[in-house]
Design a protein around this ligand. Structure first.
Ligand SMILES: *Cc1c(COP(=O)(O)O)cnc(C)c1O
Length: 397
């Protein structure tokens, strides 16, 4: 079965699991920064820990932090756990990114930071975000931090400029579902070396050395992932996931959408073994992104127009964390494709302001529409597999 996503890991990553250099984390930080076109990077055990730490380290408390309504729930959880409140701005259905007119209206005197997210690898117009924020800063007389969320958009650019090179800091997630992975892990990048140094010192004081067993559990996890996502085995993985509670139970400690919650090891430092895998992934990074772009372009060209779906926008510089189609009949598509050995994804199937802990009066209708209608096609597949995806979709009634 063709999985909805598949980490691009192979022999080099396995060798990296057992040839771990002592200062791999520092090396990973340096290489990461250089790849992302900035001067500094600071590593964390998860993306969510990185966001939480940033808000704490710069001293933002009891404030509103603006985020898009359509994003990963961990962003809101990190804000809540840092002692702040997420404030939601609706998205546009044209590219699923935050509506910048609505952003300008949402900022008020309680706003201390915003998290502009480049969702699905589509770069948001950061020039405009900066203008909106500078205006608001002069109106309210205090700094408003800009934290770009690049967890979906490694390497994406707009008018030739990379995402992650605008705000005060940029956030990356590195779990196995991201474009590149360090098993788990998260990263903040900086253009300002003084700010990076401050965050690094704060991290070193607050985050602890992980237990001796953890590097081995992480190795085991990566090996299991590799097996589980193998095309020949994936039918079984899919069965475990959809027909039994087993895998969900295993991932519960790590991820819950409707409860404000962090995994128990969220204050551990990134492991050298994780950084070691991340370093290999950075070497492959150009090719990984290029493959996704080639597959997306092929889908753009070959997917037929249908009345019952909306194809993804074609945007220059997009790197496609996900190739998303909107349809009112998501279940039919998912089931029909699964019968033909192709798994489609149903990612972010909630609008964050509709989740239990955040229930708010104000509506974000576009975010809700996206959460109810988006499906995504496999992208990390070899060229020889594309036609199989197309055929499976062709069988959808
Ligand atoms: C994955 C992700 C993060 C970070 O997630 P972690 O699992 O904590 O590493 C942040 N923002 C978005 C939009 C994400 O998809």
């Amino acid at each position: 079965m063709i999985p909805r996503f598949r980490p691009s890991i192979g022999l080099a990553e396995f060798l990296a699991l057992f040839r771990v250099r002592r200062n791999a984390v520092q090396e990973f930080e340096r290489e990461f920064a250089s790849r992302m076109g900035v001067s500094e990077a600071v590593a964390f055990p998860y993306g969510r820990s990185a966001l939480w730490a940033f808000l704490r380290a710069v001293g933002i408390r009891d404030a509103d932090i603006i985020i898009p309504a359509y994003t990963c729930s961990v962003v809101a959880h990190a804000i809540a756990l840092s002692g702040n409140r997420p404030k939601f701005v609706d998205i546009r259905l044209t590219d699923y990114n935050m509506d910048l007119d609505a952003l300008a209206d949402a900022i008020d005197e309680n706003t201390r930071a915003i998290v502009p997210t480049h969702i699905f690898g589509y770069a948001l117009d950061m020039g405009r975000v900066e203008t909106i924020v500078r205006d608001a800063e002069s109106r309210y007389g205090h700094k408003i931090w800009i934290i770009e969320d690049c967890a979906h958009s490694f390497g994406a650019s707009r008018d030739g400029r990379l995402v992650g090179t605008y705000g005060d800091t940029a956030l990356y997630g590195l779990n196995i579902s991201k474009i590149i992975t360090s098993i788990f892990g998260g990263m903040l990048t900086f253009r300002d070396e003084g700010l990076a140094a401050k965050i690094r010192i704060w991290r070193d004081a607050e985050f602890q050395k992980p237990g001796l067993l953890k590097p081995w559990l992480r190795r085991l996890y990566l090996l299991a992932t590799f097996v589980a996502f193998n095309e020949r085995v994936y039918g079984f993985t899919w069965w475990l996931q959809t027909k039994t509670p087993l895998l969900n139970r295993l991932t519960k400690a790590y991820h819950l959408d409707d409860k404000i919650h962090f995994p128990p090891d969220h204050l551990d430092r990134m492991l050298d073994v994780e950084a070691s895998v991340g370093l290999v992934q950075l070497e492959k990074y150009g090719e990984i992104v290029a493959q996704r772009q080639r597959n997306a372009a092929w889908y753009d060209e070959h997917l037929p127009e249908r009345d019952d779906w909306t194809l993804p926008p074609i945007v220059d510089g997009a790197t496609y964390s996900h190739y998303v189609i909107r349809t009112n009949d998501r279940r039919t598509f998912l089931e029909a494709c699964a019968k033909h050995q192709v798994e489609l994804g149903q990612l972010i199937d909630y609008s964050v302001p509709d989740l239990d802990p955040y229930k708010v009066e104000e509506q974000c209708p576009n975010s809700r529409v996206a959460s109810e209608t988006v499906i995504n096609l496999p992208l990390s597949i070899p060229e020889s597999r594309r036609q199989m995806v197309l055929d499976a979709i062709g069988h959808c009634p």
